[in-house]
Structure formats: C-alpha cells, structure tokens
Design a protein around this ligand. Structure first.
Ligand SMILES: [Mn+2]
Length: 347
C-alpha cells in the first residue's frame, strides 16, 4: 500500500472541511510513510440534490472544501449523487460456507418500508457508523423522502448538472478531479430516482461538463450488480476517455437473478474475472488510483460491516499481484518438454 483513501466522517454533510482537520489527517497518514491523494467521500447535501434555494450556500461550502483539500495535495474527490440512501444492502452479516460474513443484496429481503431498512442496517452495524448512513440525517427520513416527492430522474439530473457546472471550474483551477461513485445497487429502490447506474448515465455525466476534472469512480462491483451492464466494456471506454481517476476493484457473486453477495476478491470466488478487469484497465492506459473495495469479516474480526481489515488487505495484495503480472507483461510460455527421464532414487 502506498496511500490511504481518507475521510473525515464526523463533519456534517454540507459543512466546510476545516483546514486544520485535513492537515492533521494528512500528517497522521504521512507519519506512517503513506500518502493522502484521494478523499472518499465529500458527501453532497440533500438540498443540492433536491434543488432547494439553500443549495447555493451548500455549493459554496463544497467549493471551499475543494479548495481546502487542494491546499493539502488532494488530487481526487469521490462522491455520489444518490437520493436519501447511499448504498443499500439487505444483509450486513450474510454467512458464507467458510464461516466469513459479508454484505448481500437479496431483493425479497428489502423491506417495503424505508424505516425498516434503516432499523435493520443500524441493528446489524456492530455499533459502527456506516458511511452514508448518518443517524442524524436519517432520523428525519420521512421528511427527507417527502422532500424528494417531486424529484424524478430528469429533475435529479438537472440538479446534478447544476452542481457540476458550479464546482468543476473550481476543480480545474486547483487541480482536483471529481469522481462520482455509481449508484449501489445501480437501479431504483424505494421508488427513488437513480441516475448513475449504467454506461449511458456515465456518458451523460462526462458530457454535461466536458472536463478532465469531471470523472468517475469506477466501482466494478456496483456497476456489475446490474447483470445487463458490461463492466469490462464500460471500464475500457472510460479509461480511453481518461475519465477514471479512481477505481474500486471488487468482486461480487450472483446468487440468483440480481441477488448477490460481496465475494472475496479472487476471481474464482465471484462472478467477475478480476484479471480481465485489471487487464482492461492496463490495456486502456489507466493511471489513476485503485483500492480494493469492501472486505468480509474473516479470522474472527468484528468490525464495521463491509470494511473488514484483513480481507481488504488480502484484496490489496491480490490486486497488486495481478497488476505486477500485467506490468511485467510476459506472454505465458509453454512448458519446455523434458528431454530426459527422471531417474531419481528419491521417487
Ligand atoms: Mn465502491
């Protein structure tokens, strides 16, 4: 590992990230011999997504945060544009046959009542706060859902465009790349609109403000969660277009239809070909930052669901191994036939 993807989870959504806090975070990371180049996430306030008059204030705050982060050498900011709920899973402790537990999305287990999913996620969180599931924000979920009542995909897109047009010039000025994370899962839930879910959506994002500062966090797991998405083709295209400054590389395993769980990184345990994913990035000139994505709970670890330390470390090592093999680039040779017979007395 060369760097940390850092965040300040305790700063309320919409507030400016103070320079002192960014400075302390950077120093802590650098003291460990690592770098801080990527932030995940600077969350976008609901007022911006809904298009309320107060969005002006929150956009100004966001621009200030971008400037503050740039001052400390940050190059990429990951964020998402999902209404109300950040990622959603039906099960945070889905047991795999080897005894490990992971996150799963089983459509039949997603309750119809959004309050129920909040309760479910909270009770399964091992008392950790989960990114995007801020309790103080979700305490008002009824009000929040009501505020989105008139927001359909077209309206949400309009508000997204408004946000990007406002902030991208600042990013260009200070040398930061914005990288939107795809919706997880990449289809509508609870009747809420989803607008970053497939190739067409990503294309729209890149075109609406056509700037290298306006890019994507290509999360292989999130994109592949919709089996109609061709994750390899999407990766190839947006690498070519130089719009992937940051990638989450993880594996998922389909159970049936769209139901899946988050699998160990290695190809054989999931539905994705991890070598092919990295080769696609390698062959199309990817030069951004990569991190393994979620990790299971293994070896008795109890922690923040989805963020198992050991399993993410295994993922990182595995991805490094695949990347090294790609970089050394030798075609695999055929075995040289032995021209002699082993006559060893040891056999
Ligand atoms: Mn991801």
């Amino acid at each position: 590992m060369k760097g940390i993807v850092g965040t300040l989870m305790d700063i309320p959504v919409g507030e400016v990230w103070p320079k002192e806090r960014i400075h302390t975070l950077k120093e802590e990371i650098e003291a460990a011999g690592l770098t801080l180049k990527v932030i995940e996430s600077v969350n976008v306030h609901d007022a911006i997504k809904i298009g309320l008059p107060s969005r002006e204030k929150y956009i100004e705050n966001y621009k200030q945060t971008i400037q503050n982060l740039a001052e400390f050498g940050i190059e990429v900011i990951c964020y998402n544009f999902m209404p109300v709920f950040d990622w959603v899973k039906s099960d945070l402790n889905y047991r795999l046959p080897d005894g490990s537990s992971t996150l799963a999305y089983i459509a039949a287990d997603i309750p119809a009542d959004p309050n129920e999913i909040i309760r479910k996620v909270k009770s399964a969180s091992n008392d950790f706060e989960l990114p995007g599931w801020e309790p103080e924000r979700l305490a008002q979920v009824k009000t929040l859902l009501a505020a989105y009542k008139d927001i359909d995909e077209a309206k949400l897109r309009e508000n997204f465009a408004y946000f990007l047009k406002a902030i991208i010039p600042t990013c260009e000025e200070v040398g930061i790349k914005m990288a939107v994370h795809p919706d997880d899962p990449p289809y509508s839930i609870f009747g809420l609109p989803r607008i970053v879910k497939n190739r067409e959506d990503l294309d729209w994002v890149c075109r609406v403000v056509d700037s290298p500062a306006n890019g994507i966090t290509l999360c292989t797991g999130s994109i592949a969660e919709d089996p109609t998405n061709d994750v390899y083709a999407i990766l190839a295209e947006f690498c070519q277009r130089d719009r992937i400054p940051f990638a989450h590389v993880r594996n998922i395993k389909f159970i049936q239809n769209k139901d899946f769980y988050e699998a160990p990184h290695k190809s054989e345990y999931g539905s994705l070909d991890m070598y092919r994913l990295l080769k696609t990035m390698y062959d199309n000139g990817f030069d951004g930052y990569i991190r393994p994505d979620h990790g299971r709970m293994i070896w008795g670890e109890t922690g923040r669901p989805g963020y198992g330390l050991h399993d993410r470390a295994l993922g990182a090592v595995y991805l490094n191994g695949l990347w090294e093999a790609l970089e050394k680039g030798h075609e695999r040779g055929t075995k040289v036939k032995n021209t002699f017979t082993l006559r060893s007395k040891h056999r």
